[in-house]
Write a protein that binds this ligand. Sequence first.
Ligand code: GLN
Length: 284
Amino acid sequence: MQTSIDLLRHQLGGIYPPGEITAFTRMIFEALCGYTPTDILLRKDTILSEDIHRKVEEIAGRLARQEPIQYILGYAWFCNRCFDIAPGALIPRPETEELVRLIIKENSGRELRIADLGTGSGCIAVTLALELPHSRVEAWELSSDALAIACRNASKWQTRVDFVQRDILHYDLSQVSPQSLDLIVSNPPYVRQSERESMSGNVLDYEPHEALFVPDATPLLFYDKIARDALTLLSPGGRLYFEINETQGEAIAHMLASYGYKQIRIIKDLYDKDRFASASKPHA
Ligand code: GLN
């Protein structure tokens, strides 16, 4: 069967609300043919090769089953860089990009020892290593699958990140040198099990649950452990940056204050939701 680019574009548009050129169409043609949106319009009557046609049909079938486009194509953009993505790690979110931009803005030019706890695809750690080039970045991750993806991303971007396979909740704190870090960042699991119902199939059926969910009884499980350990790990004045559940801002601020942290901020994301927390370890 012969299919023109235009016909296929309309078929793809039909999967999701039909638009001019949907984001999916743009991403698919970019990945398969290297076409820009302008190419898609200018070459609309071009007949696709059998091979490309078959691939597009396969992708369309997977999209119809709600598989995330980033897992299908194997990449996602984060802070203007392309990262390898696979089902063993979360797809980077725009909110996380906001967190990284905030960290870069507040720490540029400084020479810091940074750790990204629960690095997943490594997008936070790699971006910080590139954008804060005087700093040294390490990244902890429990999952071997995620670690492999993160290592690929560090070598793809030719930057040094020291990866450590470590469970944030269960490791021997005495094995890590005290005050060996100046900045800890983490986007840990924060979706409560009871919030599952409100999540869409493309997240629930495909993304790793161990990177998403926490028990309802302990919504601050990771934040509490990290904040406690950071009292040992951070140098005086060292900073914590978290991505957080929008419903937990007040609780996290309270928890941080109870451990004696200073300069506690709960920061909103672009959607005006409490999404980030930051605090400093006291000097004394
Ligand atoms: N923001 C993600 C989501 O809504 C959750 C990320 C996380 O748990 N760290 O799917």
